[in-house]
Design a protein around this ligand. Structure first.
Ligand code: X2X
Length: 355
């Protein structure tokens, strides 16, 4: 009886402490949170992440302070380990590419299916439609809270050897790739030699001519100044695009009050919105377009005609079909439907505008 009363007392004390835990929760906040991104701070990706950190600090009146770590330095630049570190709490928050997290979330390979996406409209349709919601659920399942979609962008080819207009032009060239083996399959199907390598190793490897080329959005090509590393030939083939995801580690998220969670979520949505506009804008801070800046540096940009592009589509079709099964037939079919719908919608808008 006596023992029973003790237990009741203990339970009541625990309950009271729990209730009092509301305001005390704020004391569990860390002095600073670590936000990881892969590229440098001048890229739209890095700038978007910094905007997120600044907005959160302002709107929480300094309760949540976030420090940006570029170059995935919290995992020693090992970009495909970033998501695991985020789950473990080595990283508190991240703005990460679907390519880098695809080893842990295989469905993220969907965006890397060669020539699935056609343009920004199809990208938006997937990110903000049923497929996007499904992918957010996959992130949640792994103990990470997804808040908003950003964009690294459509990935283009660059190399130091020759203009690339046909799959034959790629034959024998060594390209750096990263992420899942889907990229190895694509480049092998095109007759090139793919090499998996972290981004931090790319500049030295270009310098030493260990590799001939790489693939990345033009914004990354420019922020890393790849024209200074012999990358004189660029082919715009838009073969895939990698979205970015603004996320927070689950324990960190749960340690915040609901009010602060809402602030962080809204700040992520606002920052992601700005990041996507920065990424899609061709104008540099200098007022020049990226194309003018590249021409000035002697970069030769090759734009493919629809027929030329189709040859790359055909050459990589078996890879597409193989990976469609690996990613999940239903999910990819839904993505194809969303792309087709967005393309039809856009064509109708263009037609109306032309009248
Ligand atoms: O490493 C790359 O190519 C980069 C910077 O685009 C990613 O992090 C996927």
């Amino acid at each position: 009886m006596q023992r029973h009363r003790w237990r009741l007392l203990l339970a009541a004390a625990a309950f009271l402490l729990g209730v009092a835990g509301g305001p005390a929760r704020a004391q569990e906040y860390k002095p600073e949170y670590r936000l990881s991104v892969m590229p440098d701070a001048t890229s739209p990706w890095g700038r978007g992440a910094q905007i997120w950190a600044d907005l959160v600090r302002q709107r929480t009146k300094g309760r949540i302070r976030i420090k940006l770590y570029t170059g995935a330095s919290l995992v020693g630049g090992d970009q495909t380990r970033e998501f695991a570190a985020l789950r473990q709490g080595v990283i508190d928050m991240a703005v990460g590419s679907t390519i880098n997290w695809s080893p842990q979330i295989p469905e993220f390979n969907l965006f890397s299916l060669p020539f699935l996406l056609r343009d920004a409209h199809s990208m938006d349709a997937i990110m903000h439609g049923r497929v996007g919601r499904e992918l957010f659920a996959r992130i949640e399942e792994q103990g990470v809270v997804p808040l908003a979609w950003g964009e690294n962008g459509f990935r283009e080819l660059s190399n130091s050897r020759r203009p690339i207009r046909t799959p034959e032009d790629m034959r024998g060239l060594r390209f750096r790739v990263v992420g899942s083996l889907l990229f190895n399959d694509i480049f092998t199907a095109l007759g090139a030699y793919p090499t998996q390598m972290n981004w931090s190793q790319v500049l030295p490897a270009l310098k030493s001519r260990e590799i001939d080329g790489q693939e990345n959005p033009i914004s990354i090509y420019c922020s890393a100044k790849l024209f200074n590393f012999g990358q004189r030939y660029v082919t715009l083939w838009d073969y895939m695009a990698d979205p970015l995801v603004f996320v927070v580690n689950r324990q960190v998220w749960d340690s915040w009050t609901t009010g602060d969670q809402e602030i962080v979520r809204e700040a992520a949505i606002d920052a992601a919105h700005l990041e996507v506009s920065l990424e899609r804008d061709d104008t540099l801070d200098s007022g020049q377009t990226v194309w003018q800046a590249m021409a000035k540096r002697g970069v030769k940009v090759t734009r493919l005609t629809p027929a030329e592009r189709q040859r790359f589509v055909d050459a990589t079709r078996p890879v597409y079909l193989k990976w469609k099964v690996l990613i999940g037939r239903d999910l990819v079919t839904e993505a194809e439907r969303e792309v087709a719908q967005a393309t039809r919608r856009e064509a109708a808008i263009q037609k109306r505008a032309a009248r």
